[in-house]
Unconditional design. Structure first.
Length: 397
């Protein structure tokens, strides 16, 4: 570390773009954001294996515009923020106790994960069958494209992640009941509902989006009997109470149309990687992966072929992205569990394990191809362990 005063504590606490393994780099004396350099240790001092051009595969909800309303807030990550993420877009929303995301619908299906608190959701499908349910932490909901719905925060309010099957989606560009009323001639409203125009004198003059209301009564007290019954496939699923696939380094809960039949356009895995664990080297043969980090911190290297690879650091509140079929792993770099969601615009969750692929291929072929040691060949597993244990996060720039 040339020109760096080794005995100066202040300097030693500040990370420098110098790689220990080969001494590449030099001291950064210029304008810099030290907090972000610390958060992005693997971009600031990339592993020596990183090479070539890969577009940005990370965006933090902390870097988005926050829309504040009476009744809650929302922010989103779309292609406008993360241009490569064309398959899915995400919205992080919070509703106060009684706060309502108004009656609305949109051209995309809506898949949601409850992050905390409780909410009541309502919906009515094209056959007049309704669905009214309460959801809490770890629950999912799914509204098919074009089906109208609402969300309301209960007792202590709630926060959730919404995922839409189109990267160019915006939650600020949906079809709302208040917006439609405001932009329909009053004589048409009068004619359509069969009441005098005066009945519409107090309607909102513009889209409401989110508003503050009282916490509603019990689910039972709010039930509306439809003559056509309720929707045939439930719009909710309790993902967190689903028994996980337990592995040596963590656990995985997979949800797609095989166990949540209404969710035909979004498949997901909720992954917990324990300290000293990693999501093994793998890829997905169906579609791009859109990730949301819920807790902890980790790093991911994405391999794009032709010598191209790039490493990113992620923490709670970040979104990650992996283009279709690109190889990747996710390593827990912290001392608490790393939790994240992998999501795909697909009816099924599928992945290919590098370890399993090698184990089920003729041994001599793998040995010659990689000049592999018997030590490696002997530990290959025919079973898939999506999260593995290893001696601990060792990389230090
Ligand atoms: Mn919606
Ligand atoms: Mn993956």
């Amino acid at each position: 570390m040339e020109n760096l005063p080794q005995n100066d504590n202040v300097y030693n606490q500040i990370p420098q773009p110098i790689r220990r393994s080969d001494g590449a780099g030099g001291v950064d004396r210029g304008p810099r954001d030290i907090m972000r350099d610390k958060e992005n240790a693997n971009m600031f001092v990339p592993p020596i294996t990183d090479a070539g051009l890969l577009p940005n595969l990370k965006f933090s909800f902390s870097d988005t515009h926050m829309k504040l309303n009476q009744g809650g807030w929302s922010r989103e990550i779309t292609v406008r923020d993360l241009p490569i993420a064309t398959t899915l877009a995400g919205v992080n929303m919070s509703l106060t106790a009684g706060g309502v995301r108004e009656l609305h619908w949109h051209q995309q299906a809506e898949w949601a994960y409850m992050l905390l608190g409780k909410a009541r959701i309502t919906s009515v499908d094209q056959a007049g069958r309704n669905f009214i349910a309460d959801v809490s932490e770890g629950d999912l909901w799914y509204f098919p494209a074009g089906i109208p719905h609402s969300i309301q925060g209960l007792e202590d309010g709630c926060e959730f992640l919404l995922v839409f099957g189109d990267g160019s989606f915006s939650d600020l560009n949906t079809l709302s009941i208040s917006d439609w009323f405001a932009h329909t001639p009053k004589e048409v409203l009068s004619a359509s509902f069969g009441v005098p125009e005066a009945a519409f004198s107090d309607i909102p003059s513009d889209q409401v989006y989110i508003f503050q209301d009282q916490v509603p009564g019990s689910l039972e007290s709010q039930k509306v009997q439809s003559p056509y019954g309720t929707v045939p496939l439930s719009f909710t699923h309790s993902l967190l109470s689903q028994p996980p696939l337990k592995t040596p380094g963590g656990n995985v809960r997979i949800v797609d149309s095989s166990n949540f039949p209404i969710a035909k356009t979004v498949a997901a895995a909720l992954v917990e990687v324990e300290p000293g664990g990693m999501r093994e080297l793998h890829w997905h043969p169906n579609n791009d992966e859109w990730q949301y980090y819920l807790a902890g911190q980790g790093r991911m290297t994405v391999f794009a072929g032709n010598g191209i690879a790039r490493t990113f650091d992620y923490r709670a509140g970040d979104v990650g992205y992996v283009p279709f079929a690109y190889g990747h792993y996710i390593q827990n770099t912290g001392d608490q569990s790393l939790w994240f969601l992998e999501m795909f615009k697909s009816d099924r969750f599928v992945d290919v394990s590098l370890n399993q692929w090698m184990a089920l291929t003729p041994r001599e072929l793998v040995k010659k191809n990689l000049n592999a040691s018997d030590e490696l060949l002997n530990v290959l597993r025919k079973e898939k362990w999506p999260v593995v244990k290893y001696p601990g996060y060792a990389y230090e720039p």
